[in-house]
Structure formats: structure tokens, C-alpha cells
Design a protein around this ligand. Structure first.
Ligand code: ADP
Length: 556
């Protein structure tokens, strides 16, 4: 037997078409395409011809992630290629990978095997510079705030109550808490500050939810950066900075066009994390894909409790569209871990452990049903899976009236995804009764409780004293009409990452509320979730290199 090729080797050997050809396939006129080199381009949506279609949105989500890996991006890309093979005019819309996880645990996030987006090396590294533009806009605002304090502070901003933080697109725990403004009078006003990872920033969220450049500017203007000595909110509009910030983002705001290995046009744009932010690619990219294609396959981060919930309750609501189908990705390996098997014991057939892990899948199925949508299950096949284990999952789905099929897209590309694609088309044909799990006008506690009980399967919610005080203030200002954006561990339905499977009877503790007026939601921090991750003991970066011809080594 030969060693299977790595993701990077497969990506490097794949033959890419010039980006102009991909644009032509997608129906993008030449004047709307701004090539970035040979295989990437930005789309000027103002130059697109009027929409002749309103594509169906297929959302790909997954069971609760485990270190065994689920392969959600892999299935998303493979499924899109499968639709193309079936003759559907298809586009895929994905998030841009953050360099934090690329250098940390993941080593890359552009799909895997024969289901990848290309050029994978660029997509995983600096791509078209959008994340750098977002970082720059964020830090320009920080600089303007500190300069405002230094130049006399006419707005009366309380340096102790500035909530706006600096950002960096890296996992860098050493920057979580910093002191700025040192060095005497010429260094500005000393104060405590801190860094978040760029993909957790409100600028990223605003960027991903804005419908147009004007909407982007208006949302940026609404961002609250802190409070005055009189405890009144200070906004970007008060500082007069929204014009400059929008200018810094105007090119980044154009969706990026690339291709899958199967030649399906792909938009990769925006990349908020799903555990600490809302977890979906930009609304601009999704809406552009809806205009151009009949089927839009898109992904929301982590399990259905995180990315998919926010896709439904935040993105679809703000974007005023409905998801037409949902695919839940599961793997035998991850189900075995939910069934209690440690990562080191995953080899060898163990259908019993798969059965014991199925309640986790069952809860994700129920969660999607709570949004009025019947999900399709895609079992992402690993070469180590046995027939027995595979049948255990598919039988379970059949018995529970859930459409399910094997996705063999990692080893076969789109050809391995046509069974799932056909089931999705059937599901779209059936229609759905989509509705978010709460109404925006519900009391704030009820909105949080709806997510905890219906989506996580928990019993209730606790607010710490601090969170209760913050809620009283949020209510006083009338901000409680916004949707909630839960920040929670991705590994468990609870706020404790070690509780796998399908826990019941638990409560979720909300420790802090952060109003994000520009994004248009209130973040609820639970558990120990951090908005600036750290690197693991063996960072993926340690395997990376570049050869003397300038080719990447060690991206996954
Ligand atoms: P997610 O989107 O769920 O984080 P990805 O699709 O990025 O997962 O996949 C994570 C890693 O797992 C990638 O390196 C990919 O190549 C690998 N992978 C995914 N599916 C399979 C599979 N069926 N067999 C082997 N490796 C896989």
C-alpha cells in the first residue's frame, strides 16, 4: 500500500482553471471580476447583471466536534461538487481561515482530500488580505480612541470603561491583558487594554452581516467603544470615525472568488469563529451566491448548537432569507468518542461504541427540527470505518425517519457525495417551516432560555450577579431587543467542554454580557470561553516550512 497524499500534496497537484473561466462558469461578467493573480478574484457586486435566480441555501453543520475530527468543510466542498456533477448550477460559500487555528491546532481549513478549495496555500495564509484589513480597521479605531484621550478627551471617555480592544489574527495568550500609554506625557494616557483574535472582533461581525457599503458604514457608526465618566455610551459616530473605517474595508468587502478541486465556483469571505462570534461567512457572499447559482452550499462553524443556531437566529434573520436544507455531518470516529472511547482507542471496529455515541447525533437532529427543518445526515467516511459501524449509523437514521447517506468525498471528491446531494434535493422539494427559535421581542432572558432549552437541551439559565447588572443596564438603554450571540465551548452542549454525548438537566451560566450594537446582537459569555485563544503545546506551525522554490510545506 502507498501512503495517502496529504491535503497539501493533493491541492498542489490539482489542475486549476484561470479565475476568468471560473467567473464565466458562475455567470460573473468580466467587468465585475477583479483578478488577484491567476486563481483568485474579487467580485464587484455593483457590476453584476440583475439576478436571474434566487438560489436555495443548503447549510452544512455537524455533531459536536471531537479531536477525532468531523470534516465539515470537506463535506461542504464535496457536496457542492456533487451538485455540480448532478447538473445543478452551484456555488459554495465558506469562511476564510484564521491564522490563529492554522498556526495552532488545525494547520489549515480549506477542506480535505479531494474536496478542497484552491489555491489552498493562499486561502490558508494571507489570501487577499481581508483579515489584515479588518485587523487594521479595528486597530485604527483603537489608535483614534487613545489619541482622543491624549488630545484633551472632549467626549469625556472614561479610560477605565473603554470596552474596545485591539486585535491580532493569531493565537497569542500573552496579549490578553496589556497596559498602553506608558512613557510619560508624550506616550498618551496610560490605561489597561487587551487583544482579542481578529475573528472575534465586532468589525469582523459587522463585515459579515452588512448588506452594502452604506449598511457597513452605518453599522460601524453604531459600535459602542466604551462609556463616559457619566456612564453614557460612546459610539464610533461620536468619534466621527465611521468614514475612515469603511474606507479601510471597502476592497475587503468585495467577496473573493476561487474554485473547488471539482471546478465549482467558491466564494470565501469573512470568518468569525462560531464559539465566540456568530460563525458564518459574510452575508454579502451568501447573497451574491444566491443571485448567481441555483444551489448555494454554505457552512457554519462547529456543531448545530453554535454555528447553525447563529446562522438561523442571527444571519438568516438579519439577511431576511430562509435556509432551504440542512446537512448534519457525522463521523463514526467522533460518534465513538461521544460513546466514551478515548482518542487513542479509535482504531478497530466498535459498533457498540458508535451506538452509545448516537444520542449526540440525535440531539443535533432534534435541534435542527426545532427550527422547522428536517435535516439530512451525511456520514463522512474514513477509510478505517467498518461496514458494521457505518450500517449502525445509517440504520439508526432510517429507523428515526431521517434521510441519511454516506459521503465519500474525502477520497472521491464530488462523485462520493451524489447520494447525499440527491437526498438534499428531495428535502428541498419537500419544503420546510423554518422559524428562528425565539422572537426578537421576547424578554431577553427568554431568548437565552430558548437557545439553552431548545437548542442545547438544557434545563435553564443562570445569570451571575455581574451579568444581571449588565442586563439591567442593557434593558435601560433599550438594547435588549437584539438577538443573542452565545459564546460557548464547541465540545459540549453544556458550558463544560468535558461533558460529551447528549447531556440533560444541566443549566448554563451566563457570566458576562457584551452589547455589540454594530453587529446587532448581545454576546453572552459562558464557561471559561476566551476571546483570545492560546497556542497548544505542539503548534501546527512547528511542522511548517517553505522549500527553496517557495512552496509551502506542512499545511494540512
Ligand atoms: P471541520 O470543517 O469539521 O473542522 P475539515 O473539513 O477542515 O473539518 O477537516 C479537518 C481535517 O480532517 C482535514 O485535514 C481533512 O483532510 C481531514 N478529513 C476530513 N474528512 C476526512 C476523511 N473522510 N478521511 C480522512 N481525513 C479526513
Amino acid at each position: 500500500t502507498t501512503t495517502p497524499l496529504t491535503d497539501l500534496e493533493i491541492a498542489t497537484r490539482a489542475k486549476m482553471k484561470p479565475i476568468g473561466e471560473i467567473a464565466a462558469t458562475a455567470g460573473i461578467p468580466e467587468e465585475a471580476l477583479e483578478p488577484y493573480g491567476r486563481y483568485k478574484g474579487k467580485i464587484d457586486v455593483t457590476k453584476l447583471t440583475p439576478a436571474d435566480t434566487d438560489g436555495k441555501v443548503v447549510l452544512v453543520t455537524a455533531i459536536s466536534p471531537t479531536p477525532a475530527g468531523e470534516g465539515k468543510s470537506t463535506v461542504t466542498v464535496g457536496l457542492a461538487d456533487a451538485f455540480s456533477i448532478l447538473g445543478e448550477k452551484t456555488m459554495v460559500a465558506l469562511r476564510e481561515p484564521s491564522l490563529g487555528p492554522v498556526m495552532g491546532i488545525k494547520g489549515g481549513a480549506a477542506g480535505g482530500g479531494y474536496s478542497q478549495v484552491l489555491p489552498m496555500e493562499d486561502i490558508n495564509l494571507h489570501f487577499t488580505g481581508d483579515i489584515h484589513a479588518i485587523t487594521t480597521a479595528n486597530n485604527a479605531l483603537s489608535a483614534l480612541i487613545d489619541n482622543h484621550l491624549h488630545q484633551g478627551n472632549s467626549l469625556g471617555i472614561d479610560p477605565r470603561r473603554i470596552t474596545w480592544k485591539r486585535v491580532l489574527d493569531m493565537n497569542d495568550r500573552a496579549l490578553r491583558h496589556v497596559t498602553v500609554g506608558l512613557g510619560g506625557p508624550s506616550g498618551g494616557i496610560p490605561r489597561e487594554d487587551g487583544f482579542d483574535i481578529t475573528v472575534a472582533s465586532e468589525i469582523m461581525a459587522v463585515f459579515c452581516l452588512a448588506k452594502s457599503l452604506d449598511d457597513l458604514k452605518e453599522r460601524l457608526a453604531r459600535i459602542v467603544i466604551g462609556f463616559t465618566y457619566g456612564k453614557e455610551p460612546v459610539t464610533v459616530r461620536d468619534l466621527g470615525a465611521e468614514g475612515a473605517l469603511t474606507l479601510l474595508l471597502k476592497e475587503a468587502f468585495k467577496p473573493n472568488l476561487v474554485q473547488t478541486i471539482g471546478g465549482t465556483p467558491a466564494l470565501i469571505h469573512g470568518g468569525p469563529f462560531a464559539n465566540i462570534a456568530h460563525g458564518c461567512n459574510s452575508l454579502a457572499a451568501t447573497m451574491t451566491a444566491k443571485r448567481l447559482a441555483d444551489i448555494v452550499v454554505t457552512e457554519a462553524g462547529f456543531g448545530s448548537d453554535l454555528g447553525a443556531e447563529k446562522f438561523m437566529d442571527i444571519k438568516a434573520r438579519q439577511g431576511d432569507f430562509k435556509p432551504d436544507a440542512v446537512v448534519i455531518v457525522a463521523t463514526v470516529r467522533a460518534l465513538k468518542m461521544h460513546g466514551g472511547v478515548p482518542k487513542t482507542d479509535l482504531s478497530g471496529s466498535n459498533a457498540l461504541a458508535v451506538t452509545e455515541g448516537l444520542p449526540n447525533l440525535a440531539k443535533h437532529i432534534d435541534t435542527i427540527r426545532s427550527f422547522g427543518i428536517e435535516p439530512v445526515v451525511a456520514l463522512n467516511r474514513f477509510i478505517t470505518d467498518t461496514e458494521d459501524e457505518i450500517e449502525t449509523v445509517l440504520d439508526y437514521c432510517r429507523e428515526h425517519g431521517v434521510r441519511a447517506a454516506l459521503a465519500d468525498v474525502w477520497s472521491k471528491g464530488g462523485e462520493g457525495g451524489t447520494d447525499v446531494a440527491r437526498l438534499v434535493l428531495e428535502q428541498i422539494g419537500d419544503g420546510n417551516r423554518f422559524a428562528p427559535v425565539y422572537d426578537e421581542l421576547d424578554a431577553f432572558e427568554d431568548k437565552v432560555a430558548a437557545v439553552v432549552t431548545k437548542v442545547y437541551g438544557g434545563a435553564g439559565v443562570n445569570f451571575t450577579d455581574r451579568a444581571q447588572k449588565q442586563l439591567a443596564d442593557i434593558r435601560k438603554r433599550g438594547w435588549d431587543i437584539l438577538p443573542v450571540c452565545m459564546a460557548k465551548t464547541q465540545y459540549s452542549f453544556t458550558d463544560d467542554p468535558s461533558v460529551l454525548g447528549r447531556p440533560e438537566g444541566f443549566t448554563i451560566t451566563i457570566r458576562e454580557l457584551i452589547p455589540k450594537l454594530g453587529a446587532g446582537f448581545i454576546v453572552c459569555l459562558t464557561g471559561d470561553i476566551m476571546t483570545m485563544p492560546g497556542l497548544p503545546k505542539e503548534p501546527a506551525a512547528m511542522r511548517m516550512d517553505v522549500d527553496h522554490d517557495g512552496n509551502a510545506v506542512g499545511l494540512m
